[in-house]
Design a protein around this ligand. Sequence first.
Ligand SMILES: N[C@@H](CCC(=O)N[C@@H](CS)C(=O)NCC(=O)O)C(=O)O
Length: 213
Amino acid sequence: MLTVHHLGISQSERIVWLCEELEIAYRLIRYERDPVTRLAPPDYKALHPFGTAPVITDGDLVLGESGAIIEYIIARYGGGHLAVKPDSPDFPHYLYWFHFANGSLMPAGMAELIINVLGVPAEGPIVETLRARGNRAFEMIEKRLGTADYFAGKAFSAADIIMLFPLTTMRAFVPRDLSPYPNIRAYLKRIGERPAYQRAMKKGDPGFTPLLA
Ligand SMILES: N[C@@H](CCC(=O)N[C@@H](CS)C(=O)NCC(=O)O)C(=O)O
């Protein structure tokens, strides 16, 4: 059976949410982060050679990497729902934002996290350039959500599922004030009203209030 291994308060919330949106049968196994390091516990790390969340198992298959898992579930179990078809005018937007999430936005957030943890002084061209990436990303997202209700266009898609974590739960690790971004705040409110999102967050991270504001 399709099993979602969810590490508490992590990117694997995306996969729980995807399964809830598609209304497919799946088994959820939760793992708590190490209380001191906040990293994945040894039994999570043992699931996959790369040792990061998310991971799914399906029969003999062990699959990691958010984007790969989302594409796998949509293709194998979701009948293609929540992916945008190549002949749609929204297809390039879908591809762009789907890949922007982990290709650029998450690395920008991770760079900021590392800069904060190491206490690197905020001066210097490299640190400034890395910080500027995150700001630019949020400005671009704000602009996009001013022209479309969802990342791919009018309809909710898997691009929203992969883009949401860096806009919400990632802020538990890298704080960001959303007051300059009214379109992002309106979008988060829209997403927070989705029953599948509410179910996923309740099942995946009971006790954690989603960072939707
Ligand atoms: N690009 C990977 C990133 C995975 C990743 O860094 N996951 C974090 C959770 S948000 C993790 O496993 N952290 C705990 C650890 O490294 O021990 C994906 O999307 O699957």
